[in-house]
Design a protein around this ligand. Structure first.
Ligand SMILES: [Zn+2]
Ligand SMILES: [Zn+2]
Length: 409
């Protein structure tokens, strides 16, 4: 063998060869969605945190697009602004907290919504059949996804969640609560057993799937009983599983109140070191087993399973912590995005109990920045990350202490 590299010439971590345990990759499982199967294997979401991954070169052609900060704010003449001004038709389910049209309405209207802070409308481009009116002779045999697609809209034009005044952000959450409530009560009135899967999320930035930059969130309410994807199922199952032996002890409650050292998988959780921000009702942490670098999870201190269980005070404090941690995350991405390859764009996911399920889920809110993933992540529910969540928390916490909250990076 010619030109053999000697053992002591190999740089730490190259080719997966480590001498130092503190540089070695670490494996972590998301306690809220991982179970141990009958073979003794953990099944759920895994992160492998490997700092050396951040050092790999990207020999690709660079683009001029802003990747790590928000692009300049667009003109406020988009579809949503025009709906709010009464120039385009919409089916309006709630105006602020007030229910307005039926979730199954087929009558779009044009009217000014400018006097409200936030409204809920039916998505024009639905992934579901909401109302089906086939001609009698059409007896298709395909399965149809039935559901109600909602768009929750701030009536003023914003593109940065961190720049929305707290009261307006709270109004957006309140209008979401009211619209979900009116859909749930619509089914309750029918007094038949039903299953509703609720996906409430916010896409911020084009790379996170926002087709319109005007800040809005969405709820997909799936009203058929065909089931749901495996990712959501893993949360429902894991919560049931971890309460099996200890029905009164909820991991979410312990997490948010910081009174637990290890989870039921035996992992040391480092909760204190991962806290980014907290208030009377909420704790925001850098996620233990990140789905992407910079992943933040907000957890209510009170045991709630769904958004509709929150009161006005809790909603206001949620709006406040959402605004702060997103602001901190934007700074983090501006400074560390180029190295970690995380973009300014992000998804905010509300993980809540599905109606009709008995799983004792503790509501969670995940803020996940866009980071390009490869085959390993497409292959399975796992992720290779580059920065330890404790470090992410320390950096973002520092920004929140130092910098004024009135501007954006
Ligand atoms: Zn707009
Ligand atoms: Zn709980």
């Amino acid at each position: 063998m010619a030109n053999v590299t000697k053992d002591d010439e190999i740089p730490e971590g190259s080719w997966g060869i480590f001498r130092r345990l503190d540089r070695c990759p670490e494996e972590r499982w998301d306690s809220f969605r991982t179970i141990v199967d009958r073979y003794g294997a953990k099944v759920g979401h895994r992160s492998m945190i490997s700092p050396i991954r951040a050092q790999r070169p990207f020999e690709t052609v660079s683009s001029d697009e802003p990747l790590y900060t928000h692009p300049p704010v667009s003109e406020s003449n988009d579809v949503f602004c025009r709906i709010v001004r009464g120039l385009l038709p919409a089916i309006v389910v709630t105006k602020d907290k007030e229910p307005f049209q039926d979730p199954y309405s087929t009558t779009p209207i044009k009217e000014s919504l400018e006097e409200y802070k936030a409204v809920t409308i039916i998505n024009l481009y639905s992934p579901f059949a909401r109302v089906l009116k086939p001609p009698i002779e059409d007896t298709g045999e395909k399965d149809i996804p039935y559901g109600i697609p909602l768009v929750h809209l701030l009536t003023k034009h914003y593109e940065h969640i961190e720049l929305v005044p707290v009261e307006e952000l709270a109004a957006l959450i309140s209008t979401t609560v009211s619209s979900l409530n009116s859909i749930i009560s619509y089914f309750e009135d029918k007094s038949i057993p039903f299953l509703l899967s609720q996906y409430t999320f916010m896409n911020i930035g084009a790379r996170a799937g926002a087709s319109i930059p005007h800040l809005h969130s969405q709820s997909f309410i799936n009203v058929n009983e065909h089931g749901q994807g495996s990712k959501v199922q893993s949360f429902l199952v894991a919560f049931e599983e971890q309460r099996k032996d200890n029905p009164i002890s909820c991991l979410g409650c312990h997490y948010a109140n910081k009174d637990i050292e290890s989870d039921y998988l035996g992992q040391k959780l480092h909760i204190e070191e991962r806290v980014i921000e907290e208030n009377e009702c909420w704790t925001a942490l850098a996620e233990y087993a990140p789905e992407r670098d910079g992943h933040i999870r907000i957890i209510p201190k009170k045991h709630v399973s769904t958004l509709i269980q929150l009161n006005d005070h809790e909603i206001l404090l949620l709006a406040d912590i959402l605004r702060k941690v997103n602001w901190g995350l934007s700074y983090f991405i501006k400074d560390f995005g180029p190295q970690l390859k995380i973009y300014w764009d992000r998804n905010i996911l509300l993980r809540q109990q599905f109606v009709g399920y008995a799983s004792p889920l503790h509501m969670l809110i995940d803020i996940i920045p866009v980071q390009i993933v490869g085959g390993a992540e497409v292959f399975n529910d796992h992720r290779v990350c580059s920065i330890l969540p404790e470090k992410t928390a320390e950096i973002i916490h520092e920004y929140l202490k130092r910098k004024p909250l009135d501007s954006c990076p």
